[in-house]
Design a protein around this ligand. Structure first.
Ligand code: SF4
Length: 354
């Protein structure tokens, strides 16, 4: 048996068959799960996926939903551009494709947020098309099995891996093969402690033969990340609700609610003056909390939280700020580090007034 036949046979006997998005050929559900799984583990995705489809049952429902409720269902999954693209993609499918997903990889890959791998996974799993995938797990399996040196994020190495992925495709059984490759990477050929003795392709694996399993695929070259710092304002009104600001639609945490940000070097007086100018609110800053560190892929974000209270609002008080009470912290569309900070504050005995 060749590589693909062994993967297919193994998938049928030992692969995963009970994930909530598996017992369907509905491209909407397959697409949704693929997008959620792009940077997130299966265990985390399962609960989000089920809540999401409960709320948005099909592509029309998602296209018609306000972006705020999409972001609310996504909050906590991270990489929020995925949710914004999901929404735009649903709208394009309804507006330009009559509500039906296109069937070809090329047409799918032209939709927002659908790259080559996601397009191929939808085409293979929903429409039975012969198309190669190359997500992080599959890169690892192929880099080891084919003995591909170099960091897979490097374009030349990635090209090499795509060539292997295309060349290994089976003539028949694309659905089980595609699922099998994903399962193999997730459960057998894992990043640490791969179970080579259980692996269906171990007899032809170059990394195993050459004792290179531990060093393939090569890790990302180390590069020091820039640091970005900002003061963030935990601003409470007279009834103790926190006032949050919607982030612009594009960029980090786009479309989510977050704490108002100020220059990292601003003094208390400057923060208070800018709050008055921006939102028409007179405030008293009561506490300066310890720095909170959050790692993004490309930089480290250091937040310096100031805890403040609204003293009074002028007639021009800004209406874009949203009041969120303590029992809404869990359900509101907040970035995870902000939700964590607010919950820690709510549970601590930090005095609100100086
Ligand atoms: S033999 Fe080991 S390293 Fe090679 S593909 Fe299988 S699990 Fe991965």
């Amino acid at each position: 048996m060749n590589f693909a036949e062994r993967v297919i046979e193994w998938q049928q006997a030992h692969g995963r068959h009970d994930l909530p998005w598996q017992r369907t050929r509905d491209p909407y559900r397959i697409w949704l799960s693929e997008v959620m799984l792009q940077q997130t583990q299966v265990a985390t995705v399962t609960a989000y996926y089920e809540r999401f489809v409960e709320c948005f049952d099909d592509v029309q429902a998602l296209a018609m939903a306000p972006i705020e409720s999409v972001m609310e269902r996504w909050a906590g999954l991270g990489y929020y551009s995925r949710a914004r693209n999901l929404h735009r993609c649903a709208q394009q499918i309804v507006d330009h494709h009559g509500g039906d997903f296109p069937r070809s990889v090329d047409a799918l890959a032209r939709l927002p947020g659908i790259g080559r791998t996601t397009a191929a996974a939808i085409a293979a799993l929903a429409f039975g098309q012969r198309a190669a995938i190359l997500d992080g797990n599959v890169k690892r399996v192929l880099a080891r099995h084919m003995g591909v040196e170099g960091y897979p994020g490097n374009p030349a190495v990635e090209r090499d891996l795509w060539q292997h992925a295309d060349a290994l495709l089976p003539a028949v059984g694309i659905e089980a093969y595609t699922q099998g490759l994903m399962d193999l990477g997730a459960t057998v050929c894992t990043r640490t402690h791969p179970m080579c003795d259980e692996c269906p392709v171990n007899r032809t694996c170059i990394a195993r033969r050459e004792h290179a399993v531990d060093r393939l695929p090569a890790p990302r070259p180390v590069r020091s990340k820039p640091v970005r710092a900002a003061i963030v304002l935990v601003l409470r009104d007279e009834s103790d609700a926190v006032l949050l600001e919607p982030r612009p639609p594009a960029g980090i945490w786009g479309g989510l609610l977050s704490l108002p940000e100020f220059d990292a070097e601003a003094t208390r007086e400057v923060v208070a003056a800018q709050t008055r100018a921006r939102y028409g609110l007179h405030i008293a800053i009561n506490e300066v909390l310890r720095e909170v560190r959050h790692e993004f892929t490309h930089y480290t974000y250091l937040m310096r939280p100031y805890v403040a209270q609204v003293i009074c609002a002028s007639a021009v008080a800004d209406s874009s700020l949203r009041r969120i009470t303590e029992h809404e912290f869990q359900s509101a569309a907040l970035p995870t580090p902000i939700r964590r900070l607010l919950m820690q504050l709510a549970n601590s005995s930090l005095p609100l007034l100086a």
